[in-house]
Design a protein around this ligand. Structure first.
Ligand code: FAD
Length: 595
């Protein structure tokens, strides 16, 4: 057979298997034959659902969980018209060296859905191919399509030319919220708040973002000078507006800051800067918040939005350790969350307390600025090289860059539940450690305390669990190995005096500047400060993988009606903001009545 014909034959076989598998799956579901569906699943399967069957983010693992969930939810909601989307492809995941993967579409009463499945086993026949992962997700609310692409807003030119009011006038009025309140108040104009508001705007939901900084993007501008994003551009794009093809692989912070401002303007987002969200209470009977704001001109305003999205970053309130004798220390004491760019550290002795990402970044920055830096490390940290290791965690984005639409890659990644990520990152993190052997040996030699996470799953799981306890090396590790950044590890500060830190091993250090890179309190504490104990306790812990296998209280509805949390990396903001927005739109349109 000539090779072109052979390729064609293989593609046809894949398509036939996928098509036939999907027909059987769809028939079994539509007939509510869940035992039949169960027989199509691998014993070790995962089914993840984003909003379609329960208005929640759900991960089911194993056949029993899938069956009982289908009984509970599918009977109520139902789905039909499953159909293949695009061409099936061969892939691999974990111990499954060959998978058959494809996207599909389906319908429910109120929404169109999109799905992705990875089949494993004997892939030559639909009867023997079994589901390893399946993702079903809400794609579009029926009757409320996003105004984009061929559906973009079209103005009646003749009617528009009869009116004195133009686009700019309408933007001004929309932004002012002079005699009306928004449906949604978003706290924070970082990338998470901006993308959430952009998604809402596409659903024609009025949203106001309040941002305490002077300018959108200041959160990045005020970080240390050398900062560039730690992940490659291919995974960091914004929803609706990918970065230009001409941009560098690692985006510098000020370039990103300006993009945030540009994004807000281009997406017609309503942002009030120099405006601080002070606090809010929820009125259950009216299903509205009372939100108190302090405005740029010093005045106050109370608003009554239906929903609040808290997008203040996932770090929360700075965690400041109690240090014996701190009141005697007469040099500057700073926390890594504050600005230290304007501090003259040339020739000064700086003690950086902590050994996570901020500690490394600040130590490196202060070393560059001429300081004599010592890092104080209390507990072990996971270190990975920027390249070749850290990039392995998002290999699919790199492979698919410019080859597949970003939305497809996002979807394929969302189809890997967090528990499966944990399993995949065991072997992957050990490969990373092997690739980084020289770097890690060098660090060990100078006494740096290393680990690979509590269950040997590396930095990525630390990120998902704690947003802390790791460092992606952008140069500070070499400085530590070379002794240019000094290290004191496995000890704590026992006492501070006027200009000295005494350590638990009996040694001491003359210190001019004390930099606390000691992390943050859990985000639930920020909720407590802003919304009080009742809301904070009802919502519970935020971030970290919950017992249900999902990231706790991120982007999905929380136990507090009308309250959502957005935050974290760019992919999360891009991907999950669409589900927050769909949920809110469905709520405002009364589509959620039944579930
Ligand atoms: C060095 C470094 C490199 C990174 N690289 C990457 C990367 O490559 N890829 C990636 O995905 N992630 C990366 N991250 C992580 C992540 O993208 C950031 O932490 C990001 O800032 C989180 O965005 P956010 O919108 O959730 O929060 P933030 O950017 O922190 O924005 C929160 C906003 O809320 C405002 N705010 C807070 N409280 C109030 C209030 N009460 N009222 C009004 N406004 C308020 C703040 O002023 C701020 O502007 C990196 C982080 C760092 C530090």
């Amino acid at each position: 057979m000539d090779s072109a014909v052979e390729v064609e034959t293989i593609a046809l076989t894949r398509r036939r298997v996928a098509q036939s598998w999907l027909s059987t799956f769809s028939e079994a579901l539509e007939a509510r034959k869940y035992d039949r569906v169960a027989r199509m699943m691998h014993a070790d399967c995962y089914w993840r659902d984003l909003l379609t069957f329960s208005w929640d983010f759900k991960t089911l693992q194993g056949i029993d969980q899938v069956k009982s969930w289908l009984r509970k939810t599918f009977d109520l909601v139902g789905a039909y018209a499953f159909r293949l989307e695009g061409e099936p492809a061969v892939g691999s995941i974990g111990q499954h060296s060959k998978t058959l993967e494809f996207f599909f579409r389906f319908e429910t009463k109120i929404a169109s859905g999109r799905g992705h499945v990875r089949l494993v086993g004997d892939l030559n026949s639909s009867a023997t191919a079994l589901v390893f992962t399946i993702l079903t997700a809400m794609y579009e609310l029926k009757g409320f399509p996003e105004a984009m692409g061929r559906n973009r807003p079209r103005e009646d030119q003749r009617a528009a030319s009869q009116s004195l009011e133009n686009w700019l006038d309408r933007r001004r009025v929309a932004r002012e919220f002079r005699d009306r309140d928004p449906d949604v108040l978003v706290i924070g104009a970082g990338q998470s708040g901006l993308m959430a508001a952009a998604r809402l705007g596409q659903f024609n939901v009025s949203a106001l973002i309040v941002e305490r900084s002077e300018r959108i993007g200041d959160v990045w501008r005020k970080r240390y000078r050398a900062l560039r994003l730690h992940n490659e551009i291919c995974m960091n794009h914004f929803a609706y507006m990918p970065f230009p093809d001409t941009w560098p692989v690692y985006i510098p912070k000020d370039k990103l800051a300006n993009w945030l401002e540009f994004y807000a303007e281009s997406m017609e987002l309503n942002v009030w800067t120099k405006t601080v969200f002070l606090g809010g209470e929820y009125d259950k009977s009216e299903r509205r918040w009372t939100a108190r704001l302090s405005l740029a001109d010093g005045s106050a305003r109370t608003m009554r939005p239906r929903h609040i999205i808290m997008a203040v970053g996932v770090s929360g309130i700075p965690s400041i350790p109690k240090l014996e004798g701190i009141e005697d220390f007469d040099g500057p004491v700073l926390h890594s969350s504050g600005q230290s760019d304007d501090l003259d550290v040339d020739g000064k002795s700086v003690l950086v307390v902590g050994a996570g990402t901020s500690a490394h970044d600040i130590a490196q920055d202060m070393h560059l600025r001429g300081a004599d830096v010592t890092m104080l490390q209390r507990s072990p940290v996971t270190v990975v090289s920027l390249e070749p290791s850290s990039v392995r965690a998002y290999e699919l984005y790199r492979e698919n860059d410019g080859v597949r639409p970003l939305a497809d890659t996002d979807f394929m990644i969302a189809a890997v539940p967090y528990d499966l990520l944990r399993r995949l990152h065991g072997p992957l993190s050990r490969q990373m450690a092997e690739m980084d052997k020289d770097l890690l040996d060098g660090l060990r030699k100078v006494g740096f305390l290393l680990d690979n996470g509590e269950d040997d799953t590396g930095y990525f799981l630390k990120l998902l669990r704690y947003q802390a306890g790791y460092y992606i090396n952008v140069g500070a590790s070499e400085l530590i190995i070379q002794g240019k950044i000094k290290l004191k590890s496995g000890v704590e500060i026992e006492r501070l005096t006027q200009r000295t830190a005494a350590f638990s091993d009996g040694s001491s250090l003359d210190v001019d500047v004390l930099m606390l890179a000691t992390g943050y309190q859990p985000l639930q504490e920020a909720v407590r400060t802003m919304f009080g104990d009742n809301v904070a306790d009802r919502v519970g812990p935020i971030w970290g993988i919950g017992s249900d296998g999902e990231l706790r209280n991120m982007y999905a509805r929380t136990a507090q009606e009308g309250f959502f949390v957005a935050g974290g990396g760019f992919p999360a903001a891009r991907v999950y903001s669409q589900y927050t927005a769909m949920f809110i739109k469905a709520d405002l349109e009364g589509l959620r009545a039944t579930t």
